[in-house]
Design a protein around this ligand. Structure first.
Ligand code: SF4
Length: 454
């Protein structure tokens, strides 16, 4: 249980669980096999559960190949990606751990299984063999959401969770967070900063937040002016952000134009993710546009009052709330449905917006609670296994609900009946009860009915 900064990570689309995580698993496997690299002549990628069922649409196979080449997400450029994948698919070779060229035959070395590994819906096994086919090293990884990876051993070590924290400022529930705010007479953003200062300097934390904001702005700009007008994949979905952007810049007297602005921000970033572009996990790639759309909305609203401090406080609040979902429930669509992705993102954005608008810590938690309460039960059913339909528009609705939730929490005069901790637990239990068809497998919901009714 360390810093929460990694709730926001710069990565490549379209999915934190299906591309960012598996690419990282490939990187970790490279480190693991490094001492035996000389004798390794072959590697095998085995994908299970959701990583297999929607793996091709989500580009999981390609992310693993990139990871096994020792390439980190931050270093990836479109040309490097093309070069490495062409080498693997056409020359049948990979440069294992960036240093050893070995043969690679996609049809034999990448295997998709319909069944699930026992500990999580997103399982994968990486194996390395010698020239004579002897197994040299094997590791099972689980992509547990938000681009985070865990081995079998890490997932089977619940005792660690029970360790009493030695940190002076620590919170694992909204109740803890509110008690800390009360005890130190600080805001949620300030407590989040104090928490982070136990791992990094204040200067580094602020610089990290501003770098994340810069990457969010960049993904918005790229989404408005993309190099291709159509998203990759079988749906051949036309990108809508460029047209929305043109309309947005022209003057209008439409009183609901603000709603269109929020939709534009979210759609531009979510389309950039769907195209496999660079985005920020917030807390996941599928839901990467909700938090920045609300922050872009605040930039438009606050005008000259919008500054670096607003950005830092907003992101610190959002990450504190996001950490509660990560610790106590899930931020993975494959584990708990879309409520865990768009719902968590909306909850983070709602609390963060309330914080910036001057809410008390209790109102911040109430805003976060309201946003999640009205995402409960939301299934994950991406059409054709692509992070496009319903994902792109869903980001826009997540952002709009976050803004509504923040305003609702702040205008309320009575005490809310449901607390943030209760709704987080409800989301998790609902996710566990949800049929696998609705957890990023593309076996149910819109993914199944799409195109079936003329
Ligand atoms: S439906 Fe939601 S959880 Fe599923 S891939 Fe799309 S955004 Fe992610």
């Amino acid at each position: 249980m360390g810093s929460n900064l990694s709730i926001f990570k710069i990565g490549v689309g379209p999915s934190s669980s299906h591309t960012v995580g598996p690419m990282l698993a490939g990187n970790l496997f490279c480190e693991l096999i490094h001492p035996q690299l000389e004798v390794i002549e072959r590697v095998k990628i085995e994908l299970y559960g959701s990583l297999s069922l929607t793996g091709k649409g989500h580009l999981t196979d390609l992310a693993c190949i990139l990871g096994l080449n020792g390439i980190k997400a931050q270093e990836l450029t479109p040309s490097l990606k093309e070069e490495v994948l062409n080498f693997a698919m056409q020359e049948h070779k990979i440069k294992l751990a960036s240093s050893k060229e070995i043969s690679f035959f996609y049809e034999e070395d990448v295997v998709f299984y319909k069944d699930f590994l026992p500990l999580h819906e997103n399982g994968m096994r990486l194996s390395a063999y010698s020239k004579d086919g002897k197994l040299i090293c094997q590791q099972v990884y689980y992509s547990i959401g938000g681009g985070f990876i865990a081995t079998e051993e890490e997932l089977q070590a619940p005792a660690k969770k029970e360790n009493v924290s030695t940190l002076q400022i620590d919170f694992s529930s909204a109740k803890d967070l509110l008690e800390l705010c009360e005890k130190y007479q600080k805001s949620v953003a300030e407590i989040s900063m104090e928490f982070e200062k136990q791992f990094h300097t204040q200067e580094d934390i602020e610089a990290y937040c501003l770098e994340i904001w810069k990457a969010m702005q960049e993904s918005y700009r790229n989404g408005c002016e993309p190099t291709s007008s159509v998203l990759p994949g079988s749906l051949k979905l036309k990108r809508r952000a460029p047209e929305l952007f043109k309309k947005h810049t022209s003057t209008t007297s439409d009183p609901l134009a603000l709603v269109d602005s929020v939709s534009l921000y979210a759609i531009a970033i979510a389309e950039e993710n769907g195209a496999g572009g660079k985005v920020v996990t917030a807390p996941t790639n599928g839901a990467c546009a909700v938090v920045p759309a609300v922050l872009l909305y605040l930039e438009e609203q606050l005008k000259e009052r919008f500054n670096s401090k607003v950005v830092i406080d907003f992101l610190l609040t959002a990450m504190a709330i996001g950490s509660l979902y990560k610790k106590n429930a899930s931020i993975s669509g494959a584990e708990a449905g879309c409520q865990a992705e768009i719902g968590s993102a909306s909850s983070m954005a709602a609390g963060a917006m309330a914080m910036i608008m001057g809410a008390t810590p209790a109102q911040v938690c109430s805003a976060a609670e309201i946003a999640m309460e009205h995402h409960l039960g939301l299934t994950c059913d991406p059409v054709a296994g692509l992070v496009q339909i319903p994902c792109i528009e869903r980001n826009a609705f997540g952002a709009i609900k976050a803004i509504s939730a923040a305003r609702m929490a702040m205008s309320r005069e009575s005490d809310p009946k449901v607390g943030l901790d209760e709704v987080i637990l409800t989301m998790y239990q609902t996710g566990k009860d949800m049929d696998l068809k609705y957890k990023e497998t593309s076996l149910g919901g819109l993914a199944k009915t799409f195109g079936s009714v003329c």
